[in-house]
Design a binder for this molecule. Sequence first.
Ligand SMILES: Nc1ncnc2c1ncn2[C@@H]1O[C@H](COP(=O)(O)OP(=O)(O)OP(=O)(O)O)[C@@H](O)[C@H]1O
Ligand SMILES: [Mg+2]
Length: 112
Amino acid sequence: MKLIIAIIKPAKLPEVRDALQAAGCKGMTITEVKGFGQQKSHDELYRGAPHHAEFLLKTRLDIAVQSEDADRIVSAIENAARTGNTGDGKVFVLSLEHAVRIRTGETNESAI
Ligand SMILES: Nc1ncnc2c1ncn2[C@@H]1O[C@H](COP(=O)(O)OP(=O)(O)OP(=O)(O)O)[C@@H](O)[C@H]1O
Ligand SMILES: [Mg+2]
């Protein structure tokens, strides 16, 4: 199993959600987060020196998937979240060791 963590522009959440549902995604967790990337929210240097990093509002998605579905889900996120501008976000894919559906006690791929 894989855990997909995606950081996207908040305005792209409805499109990404629809793309994920169309791709057969069975569940996801959304969190409002703040962060910065390589521009540190600025496109320019200030008086020749880098600014302190400014945090921008982003939306984080956590999605547990079967390993064979990970590439397809990542592509769906990429295609739906891309504007082509800076700040479009990142996708991280981690190995997921264990999952449990609490109601039934099902584990791992049955629990996703
Ligand atoms: N290396 C990182 N580790 C953890 N989170 C990151 C990292 N890089 C970016 N993020 C998160 O993703 C958000 C969006 O990053 P962003 O898309 O601006 O990345 P970037 O590397 O600057 O790419 P771009 O040049 O396309 O803007 C950040 O606000 C932050 O929350
Ligand atoms: Mg950036």
